[in-house]
Design a protein around this ligand. Structure first.
Ligand code: MGD
Ligand code: MGD
Ligand code: SF4
Ligand code: MO
Length: 711
């Protein structure tokens, strides 16, 4: 099937169009019907070799985004509280002049930048933002990485030699999936591009395999698994205990990789003190269960341990990701079918990677001395870098595809710090809690308007496929793509002419493993299939000595911090996050289709805990952390481990009296007003947004209403 050629006007011809959804990591193929210039139907594309027709409510909402009246299309300039539209050239000139002015007066580090989540879901952004960032020449670079997957990168670098050598679970062929701190039934998978995870999990059981889930909440994914509670932040102890049993009982069988392993003995020694009995109390798991789990995992024909946001955005994220990899390696489940594997993407970002490079710790943040990783500093340090006076203080800020006021710890302080900047520009199609502080908003064309090839997520996909997503709606004269904005700014800052991302994409594909051209992909609207993942080690290792390092020095050195956890007092209540199917981080909350129904920004807690605090379902509950306090309705459920409470992140809309373009049926409160910028995985600098000690207090409804109306 071919899709209609694009017409010269910005109204597409009637017909059926194919492109993948770019709203999450699952990259589902979509089939869209266009009639009279509007999308009248969206379905999963059954011919997509990766997604086989899967679609979720967010994918169905793609056309809502396209015609969303809240979406910005022309630059906005703020003077005081008044926003006025601007011409593109004038806006880009103004931004370049302001950034240059601040840089000339205060040095390159006085300009900061945050690159948010959708930066990796838009190849135009991804392939062109780098040139602009380089032109800024600042050390004050931040991104969603350090509130998300930084520990995965650190473990990959230390063990395999490159931050992107992150193995993914071969869910379609495994006999035993041990899943920790991931909820793919809601998130659709992360660092695991496997659209339709519910079906894939079901299939494991259907072929006689096992799925075991370790999570402080019995989540939507528990429906497809045997579920066990764990106390938040104690997973590294569980993983050490599993390794302890495997070593003690002689269950290691590294197999084919054995000659290329380094540090096996050091790993054994590291796990030695952590018997199941020793970690049972702290983790809340039964020692007998841990022992049996270790034996079962080691004995399974194939098995794979996988841990996501619950394991990386916690105080021991680096240790967790290291030990997960180690567990897969010593049981012979690394780089083998049914285990943890490395995909072979058509555009391979590791194409030119060199052995032995260590892009970390080359500089530190000014205020707290936190280390950089791959040129970025921890986002938890952003606000203090803005509001602490001195040389190198951030005075101008660029926010790209992100809403860090709602997404990074200490949201309230960041909110205030952004208000004190000399200049801020946002590259974002919405006026939200963060971009409202910008002096200029440069709104890019997005979604169905962009040409997009998923450069990133094919690196983490359970099957090697490639698909080019052609625009369905041509943009109007007064719109610009992300890449045009970045190239426009870069040209103005450097005086050098740029290129368009299609050329870079073509180059990457040509030099990739399948030597593709853009035309190859244009002629395959459903995508191309290159088959399942295949073993690729030791060839792909990029460590200096060519070995897979099981006992990296920096990770061993982090163990005493974990050891201290065994004696640490247990907080009365610990807060964790919760992703929801009908939500997308901090945005899309103005979409009626996703926000219908009751308010979902509730504090979930166990009925016993609710009784001790004296709240019933629906009562208002105040949650207090070291840095903030929020009030939200209580939702009682025994799906939460006693002592653990859960709140989704990304809400807290309409926090200010200022105009926001984005109105939500359920504004909610912001989790990250509670998240403490000082709570990090100290090793990697990743924010520990999960596992925050909090106090709970029942709020008298009437009093709260009085307080609100007095506001
Ligand atoms: N407490 C807590 N905090 C968390 C998390 C958690 O689990 N708990 N999760 C963390 C994780 S994993 C992540 S990834 C971050 C996400 O947090 P952010 O990096 O802030 O990303 P989003 O919240 O997804 O916000 C996306 C923004 O990008 C804009 N956008 C959408 N499409 C485009 C586009 O094509 N171009 C441009 N330029 N902009 C676009 C949207 O309008 C929106 O403003 O939050 C983190 N914060
Ligand atoms: N619908 C929807 N899909 C999304 C997103 C979205 O906002 N909405 N966001 C996207 C993004 S940016 C990402 S990164 C992915 C994330 O994808 P996932 O990681 O699969 O999603 P989460 O729901 O954050 O899962 C984290 C789990 O960890 C658990 N947890 C918390 N603390 C701990 C702990 O200490 N130990 C253990 N073992 N578990 C813990 C939580 O209860 C939760 O179930 O989802 C993506 N997909
Ligand atoms: S699962 Fe992700 S990629 Fe698939 S339709 Fe939903 S949001 Fe889009
Ligand atoms: Mo994320």
């Amino acid at each position: 099937m071919t899709q209609p050629a694009l017409p010269a006007t910005n109204i597409p011809e009637d017909g059926t169009y194919y492109r993948a959804c770019n709203l999450c990591e699952a990259i589902c193929g979509l089939e869209l019907t266009v009639k009279g210039g509007v999308v009248t139907d969206v379905r999963g594309d059954p011919a997509d070799p990766l997604s086989h027709g899967h679609i979720c409510p967010k994918g169905t909402a793609m056309p809502d985004l396209h015609r969303d009246p809240d979406r910005l299309k022309r630059p906005l300039r703020r003077q005081g509280d008044t926003w006025t539209e601007m011409e593109w050239d004038e806006a880009l000139d103004h931004v370049a002049t302001e950034l240059t002015r601040v840089r000339n007066a205060h040095g390159p580090d006085s300009v900061g930048i945050y690159q948010g989540n959708p930066s990796v879901h838009n190849s135009g952004t991804l392939l062109s933002a780098g040139g602009f960032v380089k032109a800024l020449g600042t050390h004050n670079r931040f991104s969603a990485t350090s509130v998300d997957q930084l520990p995965h990168h650190r473990a990959a670098l230390e063990m395999l030699g490159h931050p992107l050598l992150m193995p993914i679970p071969d869910v379609d062929r495994t006999d035993f999936l041990l899943m920790m701190g991931a909820n793919p039934a809601a998130s659709n998978g992360s660092i695991l591009t496997a659209p339709g995870m519910r079906q894939r999990l079901k299939a494991i059981a259907a072929r006689g395999g096992r799925v075991l889930l370790i999570d402080p909440r019995r989540t939507e994914s528990a429906e497809f698994a045997e579920h066990h509670f764990i106390r938040p932040g104690t997973d590294a102890l569980l993983l050490l205990a599993l390794l302890n049993v495997i070593f003690a009982e002689g269950l290691t069988k590294p197999g084919r990789l054995e000659p290329f392993l380094g540090g096996l003995e050091a790993l054994r020694a590291a796990a030695l003190p952590y018997s199941p009995e020793r970690v049972a109390g702290t983790t809340g798991l039964d020692a007998g269960f841990i022992r049996t789990l270790a034996r079962d995992f080691a004995a399974a024909p194939s098995a794979v341990a996988y841990g996501r946001v619950g394991l990386s955005t916690q105080a021991f994220g680096g240790l967790c990701q290291w030990l997960l990899n180690a567990l897969n390696v010593v049981t012979g489940n690394f780089d083998r079918v049914g285990g943890a594997m490395l995909p072979a993407p058509a555009f391979d970002l590791l194409m030119r990677a060199k052995k032995g490079e260590r892009p970390l710790g080359r500089f530190t943040s000014r205020v707290r001395g936190l280390p950089e990783f791959d040129g970025e500093l921890p986002s938890a340090a952003m606000a203090e870098e803005m509001d602490t006076p001195g040389d190198g203080q951030i005075r101008a800020f660029v926010c790209v595809a992100g809403n860090p006021v709602l997404s990074t710890p200490g949201g309230e302080r960041l909110d205030a710090a952004l208000g004190g900047l000399d200049f801020m520009v946002a590259v974002d199609p919405y006026l939200n809690e963060t971009t409202r502080h910008a002096h200029i908003i440069l709104p890019p064309a997005t979604g169905l308007e962009t040409e997009h090839y998923d450069v990133i997520f094919h690196h983490f996909a359970v099957r090697n496929t490639a698909r080019l997503n052609r625009p369905i709606f041509p943009i109007t004269e007064d719109q610009r793509f992300d890449w045009q904005i970045f190239e426009g700014l870069r040209e103005r800052l450097t005086g050098k002419k740029g290129s368009d991302p299609a050329a870079r994409l073509a180059l990457g594909l040509k030099h990739g493993p399948y030597k593709l051209t853009l035309d190859d992909l244009r002629n395959a609207p459903h995508g191309l299939d290159f088959g399942p993942m295949t073993p690729c080690l030791p060839e792909k290792l990029l460590t200096e000595d060519g070995r897979l390092n099981l006992a990296p020095e920096s990770l061993l050195a982090d163990l005493p911090r974990l050891e201290a956890l065994l004696d640490a007092p247990v907080p009365a209540f610990t807060l964790i996050g919760r992703r929801q199917l009908r939500s997308n981080n901090s945005w899309m909350h103005n979409t009626p289709r996703l926000m219908r129904g009751a308010d979902r920004c509730t504090v979930m807690l166990h009925p016993d805990d609710a009784a001790s605090v004296g709240v019933a379902s629906g009562d208002l509950l105040a949650v207090q952390s070291r840095v903030g306090r929020v009030v939200a309705p209580a939702e009682l459920t025994d799906a939460l481990m006693p002592g653990v409470v859960s709140l989704p992140h990304g809400f807290g809309h309409g926090r200010s009296g200022t105009r926001l373009e984005v109105a939500s049926a359920h504004p909610g409160v912001s989790y990250n007003d509670l998240a403490d910028p000082l709570l990090l995985d100290d090793l990697t600098g990743n924010a520990a947004v999960n596992g925050i000690p909090v106090a709970l207090e029942r709020v008298e409804q009437a009093k709260e209403e009085v307080a609100l109306s007095a506001d």
